[in-house]
Design a protein around this ligand. Structure first.
Ligand SMILES: Cc1ncc(COP(=O)(O)O)c(C=O)c1O
Length: 373
């Protein structure tokens, strides 16, 4: 048996993602094709693409790629950025920041590796719960304060949040940082869905710019619609951390895929048009979801997300949501992720708002629940 608990969400996807007709709960945006990305490429990255040698690459990431990433941050220069697969970076960050016996506070519900890796290391993990209050998502700072102990070393958050689409205000985030600063905590912020805020005014600055012990995780899988490149990065102001991450990375992938790095460079340079395309898909799908929830008000309650490509509505029907999801996948080939996969009570389920066939998947689900509700 592995020394880490199964990743419930990933096991669920592994079972159905490539077998069923419809996915109602994917977290990524409609992926770009290679041709679409090449069409967006600037002359310099096209030149790098056509002369690409499929050799080993520089362990921290291609210098031009890190330079492009560093433009997104005020206080994280290229030397303080390490590129790898996003999930790998969570593994690396936790293994370098934590030791057995450390105490960690993690937002909940959460993408499982954000707390499970810490548990596998032997840490005690306390949760800071996202709560539902009158059809909205909320985080209570008092609950965070009471979760922190003298042994707490790390606070893990994820904004914009998977699975709720929740985004705190700048004031809230400043209070979180103040708390972390008083206790000298590291603050790991998973920002995989950043730049997909529906109202740009609500966008939070990256954690690595706001806090001297802040670490930002970002990547190309969600906001940039390129999960198949397997590229993300960690950024920090702390000049001692990147060396530790690289020491650990020698035991995971050593370095990144050479083609992915150049394609990633193209994507970052074309960020504005890729993000605008994705937000257009998401906005249109939100309207469809709202209409669906209006038409099925006795069965589903919409919880409006503020950012990202996912939402977490609530099932109001009589049957347990797990049962509804199971019969939907068995009978209609529609995969829907129930909230229990995130160990979250309250009959929620995740919907993915980034795919072009969202309306079709939702229609199939609607036809199913009308019979089953
Ligand atoms: C919040 C969050 N962090 C990290 C990841 C990992 O990204 P990747 O699958 O590209 O490694 C995901 C993927 O779903 C995610 O939702």
């Amino acid at each position: 048996m592995p020394t880490i608990a199964p990743f419930q969400l990933e096991r669920y996807f592994a079972k159905y993602e490539f077998k069923v007709k419809y996915l109602l709960s994917p977290s990524d945006c409609e992926s770009l094709t290679l041709n679409e990305l090449l069409q967006l490429a600037d002359p310099d990255s096209l030149r790098l693409w056509h002369s690409l040698n499929l050799c080993y690459t520089e362990s921290p990431g291609h210098p031009a790629l890190r330079e492009e990433i560093a433009r997104m941050y005020e206080h994280a220069p290229p030397a303080q950025i390490v590129v790898a697969a996003p999930e790998e970076l969570i593994f690396i960050a936790m293994h370098t920041l934590l030791r057995s016996g450390d105490h960690v506070v993690c937002i909940s519900p959460a993408y499982q590796s954000l707390y499970e890796v810490a548990r596998a290391i032997g840490c005690d993990v306390a949760v800071w719960p996202v709560e539902e209050v009158e059809g909205q998502w909320r985080l209570d700072l008092n609950r965070l304060e009471s979760a922190i102990t003298d042994r707490t070393r790390l606070l893990v958050v994820n904004f914009p949040h998977n699975p709720t689409g929740y985004l705190p205000t700048r004031r809230d985030i400043d209070s979180v940082i103040e708390l972390a600063r008083r206790r000298n905590l590291f603050l790991f912020c998973d920002e995989m869905y950043r730049l997909l805020e529906y109202d740009e005014a609500g966008r939070l600055p990256p954690m690595c710019d706001l806090y001297e012990r802040g670490i930002s995780l970002s990547g190309l899988s969600k906001t940039f619609a390129l999960p198949g490149l397997r590229l993300g990065w960690l950024a920090t102001q702390d000049s001692t951390l990147p060396e530790q991450w690289l020491t650990f990375k020698d035991y995971t992938t050593i370095c990144n895929s050479a083609p992915s790095e150049i394609l990633g460079l193209m994507a970052l340079r074309a960020a504005d048009s890729i993000i605008a395309r994705n937000l257009q898909i998401i906005r249109s799908n939100i309207r469809i979801a709202e209409q669906f929830c209006g038409e099925h008000a006795s069965l589903v309650r919409w919880f409006p997300p503020r950012a990202g490509s996912i939402a977490f509505p609530k099932w109001l029907g009589r049957a347990p949501i797990e049962q509804v999801c199971q019969s939907a996948v068995d009978e209609r080939e529609v995969m829907v992720v129930p909230g229990s996969i995130f160990d979250f009570p309250g009959q929620h389920f995740r919907v993915g708002l980034g795919r072009k066939n969202f309306a079709e998947a939702l229609e199939q689900f609607g036809a199913h629940v009308q019979l089953r509700g």
